[in-house]
Design a protein around this ligand. Structure first.
Ligand SMILES: [Zn+2]
Length: 231
């Protein structure tokens, strides 16, 4: 209720009226953040999100639902009749709503957690390639860009922020000894010569958090201390 409405559009679509309202609110001033407040987030296939605080968001259910949509769409596409096309449209928009709802839910849980800085990998064509074809088949072009947008505005509204870090080596580096090896992934496990073993996505999320933390400490060193008060 503390957001103010700035614009609205009334849309007539598929026999329904939709009122879209754009709301606005000033973001609270951002505090200075400490390293402890950084959460690393890795995005993946079997777990849509894995966080550096050991929190896993399993994608089993999402995959099943997405799979059902893909199957239905394929069936309707091959039919090709006008009624099948109409149904296809309906199903596609239902599918989009499902993704949007899920992204809202996930980003809300993260934004409202105890952490204040959310470190995620910069989305590039490269790491899309890393996630690869298997990903596209199983999660059907899940919109991580949308998740990112939602997480960003929800965080800002709470005086928090997201930090996009360089995805290089986040999945190859050992989060214990920080050495980089090209091939110490064994299925979903990461193991290193130093004896360290961890779930591979969790290892990546800890590396992402590490990058965020070093960025935070770099910023706090370079910032002049303007908050000093004379008594
Ligand atoms: Zn190691």
């Amino acid at each position: 209720m503390d957001w103010s409405a700035v614009a609205g559009t009334l849309v007539y679509k598929n026999n329904n009226l939709y009122l879209n309202i754009i709301v606005k609110k000033d973001a609270p001033k951002q505090d200075r953040y400490t390293e402890k407040e950084v959460l690393g987030i890795d995005r993946g296939i079997n777990n849509i999100l894995v966080c550096s605080n050991n929190q896993f968001f399993n994608s089993k259910k999402l995959k099943a639902i997405k799979g059902r949509y893909q199957y239905l769409k394929k069936m309707l596409q091959s039919k090709g009749t006008p009624s099948a096309r109409r149904k296809l449209q309906k199903i596609s928009s239902r599918e989009r709503r499902f993704v949007t709802d899920t992204n809202h839910r996930l980003s809300k849980v993260i934004a409202e957690s105890d952490f204040k800085v959310f470190a995620i990998e910069k989305l590039t064509r490269m790491n899309h390639k890393r996630l690869g074809k298997r990903f596209n088949r199983q999660l059907g072009n899940w919109s991580f860009r949308q998740f990112e947008t939602f997480l960003e505005y929800k965080s800002e509204a709470l005086g928090k922020k997201i930090m996009r870090v360089n995805p290089r080596y986040t999945s190859q580096k050992c989060s214990n000894c920080h050495k980089i090896h090209k091939s110490n992934r064994n299925g979903s496990w990461y193991s290193c010569n130093c004896g360290f073993q961890l779930h591979a996505d969790l290892n990546a999320s800890r590396n992402i958090a590490d990058i965020g933390m070093s960025e935070i400490s770099r910023l706090s060193v370079n910032q002049p201390n303007v908050m000093v008060r004379s008594q």
